[in-house]
Design a binder for this molecule. Structure first.
Ligand code: NAP
Length: 284
């Protein structure tokens, strides 16, 4: 699917590193197909050293000589970067953006009408190729281009396809989700330490338990409630622990966490629209 395609990655940061690493490890592309750009010379040297890919400070040149342009810069610099790209004579190129909260329409209007854009919301476990990415397809993106975008993110984990209107909820769930799970792992390990386990043992037991339980859900395709019931025997230890979690409203709290993060994402997007429309007001 990506054979022979030239890929430009604009912004050689953490997300770009996860993506390039996945593409090369899964042998979907070879190093010669990728060019990464950044303003930071050290980041480029790092990419050249570990991936042996081409690097450049010139976003425009890298983008115009590629079939696929991946925008992996922070949302704050998106307008500046789009302003420096003139892709108007190359409408068939696919643009993929991972910038949180920047709508497909904003990318199109920052480039030129007819630009084909796929918007992605990945998460940090992509670094260990266990990420999950939600993809939203913009107008005019061909089936072949969309399959290409899916292949990029499948190289570093699982992919779901959603309507763009659901990306805020995805951000609230799987975007921030790793942080919620780290909190849970830390608390689980603290419980073990409180009951006399060494920190090292408690942390491994907690993290591997979360990993194993997640794999059980994905591989057996059983409802988590069914799997939970299989662990909790009548009058046993697990149901005693579950009782305490229910008293602490774990489930209601987690639902509220996703809701809160989603609402915050919507709020930040609204603020970004207001500051784009009236930059003078936003400084005051
Ligand atoms: N990390 C995540 O978990 C995650 C998850 C989902 C989505 N995302 C999205 O992914 C994007 C990148 O995030 P990240 O964590 O990888 O950020 P990052 O590590 O800060 O990477 C962005 C890179 O872009 C560089 N840059 C700044 N201005 C540039 C320009 N004009 N041209 C080329 N490169 C430029 C930055 O250099 P300087 O540092 O020198 O400015 C930095 O090296 C963001 O939009 C974020 O919303 C990230």
């Amino acid at each position: 699917m990506l054979k022979g395609k030239k890929i430009a990655i604009i912004g050689a940061g953490n997300m770009a590193e996860a993506i390039v690493s996945g593409l090369l490890k899964k042998r979907l592309v070879n190093a010669g197909q990728i060019c990464a750009t950044d303003v930071d010379t050290q980041r480029l040297a790092h990419f050249r050293r570990i991936f042996k890919i081409r690097v450049s400070h010139d976003n425009h040149k890298a983008a115009t000589s590629s079939d696929l342009v991946l925008l992996a810069i922070k949302p704050q610099v998106m307008n500046e970067v789009l302003g420096g790209l003139d892709l108007s004579r190359s409408g068939r190129r696919l643009i993929i953006t991972v910038a949180a909260g920047v709508p497909i329409a904003a990318i199109i209007s920052g480039l030129h009408p007819g630009t084909r854009v796929v918007r992605a919301m990945p998460n940090t476990p992509a670094v260990v190729l266990e990420g999950v990415t939600a993809l939203a397809r913009g107008p005019g993106v061909t089936a072949e281009q969309f399959t290409m975008a899916q292949a990029v993110f499948e190289a570093m984990g699982q992919v779901v396809v959603v309507d763009e209107s659901h990306l805020d909820a995805v951000t609230g769930l799987s975007g921030g989700g790793p942080a919620y799970v780290y909190l849970f792992i830390e608390a689980l390990a603290d419980g073990g330490v409180k009951m006399g386990l060494s920190r090292a043992h408690a942390q491994l037991l907690a993290a591997q338990t979360v990993l194993g339980a997640a794999k059980m859900v994905i591989e057996t395709k059983q409802h988590p409630g069914v799997l939970k019931d299989q662990v909790a025997s009548p009058g046993g230890t697990t149901i005693a622990g579950l009782h305490r979690l229910e008293e602490g409203r774990l489930r209601g709290t987690v639902v509220s966490a996703v809701e809160n993060a989603t609402l915050r994402c919507q709020e930040l997007r609204q603020q970004a629209i207001v500051s784009r429309e009236s930059p003078a007001d936003s400084s005051g």
